[in-house]
Write a protein that binds this ligand. Sequence first.
Ligand code: HEC
Ligand code: HEC
Ligand code: HEC
Length: 454
Amino acid sequence: MKKLLWIVLLFAIALAFPVSNLFIKRAPDPALRAHVKDPLLEKVVSIFEQKCLDCHSDKAVLPFYAKLPIASSIIAKDIELGTERLNAPLECFGPVPASEAALAKIQRVIELGSMPPDDYRLMHWGSGLTGGDKAALMAWIRATRAKANGAVDARDPIYARALLPLAAPAGLNADKVALGRKLYHDTRLSGDNTLSCASCHDLRKGGTDQAQFSTGIKGQKGGINAPTVFNATHAFVQFWDGRAADLQEQAAGPVANPVEMGAKWEDVPAKLKPDKEYVDAFAKLYPEGITKASITDAIATFEKSLVTVNSRFDQFLLGKADALTADEQDGYRLFLDDGCYKCHVGQAMGGKSFEKFGLHGDYYADRGSRTPADDGRFSVTKKESDRHKFKVPTLRNIALTFPYLHDGSTSDLAKVVKLMGRHQLQADIPDSDVQLMVKFLGTLTGDLDGKPLK
Ligand code: HEC
Ligand code: HEC
Ligand code: HEC
């Protein structure tokens, strides 16, 4: 009898946590609602508040037992990892709408049913996502995604997907585009008149130089692979480490970079002035005439026109079912099933977030060297958690933009897909799946100025 009492008592104590969690609700936090304007987002905030923010906010108010010895270390680790992957108050409920990358990651955990983690659900009864929660989260994801892409109707089935067809750019001033095109190809922007933007971002080479590292003036070699300028307009920041906010700011960089074009901005307008075509074009388009600001604005406008629409994948997304072969469609499915889309997201299939290269395993030790270029975002913020974080590269026209990765270490796409599995997804992707994904990646080559890229 006494034994039975003990069992009942122990059982009651064991149940106390999960049962109490069934009744203890997190109090609504007004700070989270500062930017909430519609009932859908309000619902999403409430779901996060009750079921997610314990681990996805650095300001989470935790229940009393979070201070107990064993619980505290488990909880601290969860919060560290959880906020690193998704700091929800910052990334989802701040002044700007959630990024497409944050949305894709949330969509991924809904699809997998992986959040909240099992051990948490065991201790927090009622914390699992209900069908209604999932529907609300998906509705919010679709609406935010549609808005970011200028769509009129968020119910369009396309917005249920994280990958979107590239849309032709609208509203660009055609004269500025033409002026920018000329400047982009003009070697007078370099110190010794030998290099133009096109030297390293050749429009006939996928917008790159197809070299591991670029050659700047006087034969100097750079230390990081030149990314493509195609679809760069879709990136949330420019450069691997995001040190330029937009294309105009970016364009000022290479001209004055001593190992790239090696010019002085003060000298550039004077070098262009003898060219009557420039003088006339600038006078027509820019009241200030030929300046650093007007030159970089024209180049940036030209770059905004470099959107490579109409790839076979885009045709497929827009409803042409036979635009992809059976193998390519299988590769697309694997790309989704394996979770590549949570980083390679949106119209450009990348460019929407910084992600650590080497979430799992040590890529740099495997490669056998370390260089300053490996620091990534760290070189801008000096925050240790930003080391090895890079702006996710676009996968558009990937068949043409070899060699790959920030270190330009390989032109073998199959090898890169394998590396992505190992280091980004902790998965050993079977070779047959890798081959199918490579076939799929080959369908991402689009058109420029109405002609297929080669
Ligand atoms: C007990 C702590 C905890 C709770 C509660 C929790 N998470 Fe997580 N979450 C984590 C940890 C730890 C990670 C990183 C490891 C991983 O991906 O499994 C993570 C990762 C994630 C990621 C990134 C996944 C990726 O692939 O990059 C998303 C998105 C996410 N959680 C969403 C949620 C949502 C939505 C909820 C609420 C429904 C939630 N989490 C509840 C701990 C938690
Ligand atoms: C000598 C070769 C070279 C020249 C010339 C050059 N670039 Fe680059 N470009 C690079 C390299 C290398 C990077 C990557 C640097 C980094 O991220 O740190 C880059 C990055 C970029 C990016 C960022 C793309 C992204 O995805 O982040 C854009 C846009 C760009 N260049 C446009 C231009 C323009 C416009 C010009 C002419 C004004 C130009 N480049 C001249 C080599 C060059
Ligand atoms: C957690 C985020 C993440 C996931 C998941 C991910 N990638 Fe990446 N991917 C990156 C980052 C970051 C880079 C750039 C790495 C570098 O160069 O340092 C990259 C680079 C690439 C490149 C090379 C692009 C170029 O131009 O250099 C390819 C191809 C690629 N990924 C394909 C995939 C495929 C296929 C999958 C799924 C199997 C995948 N990625 C999953 C973040 C991710």
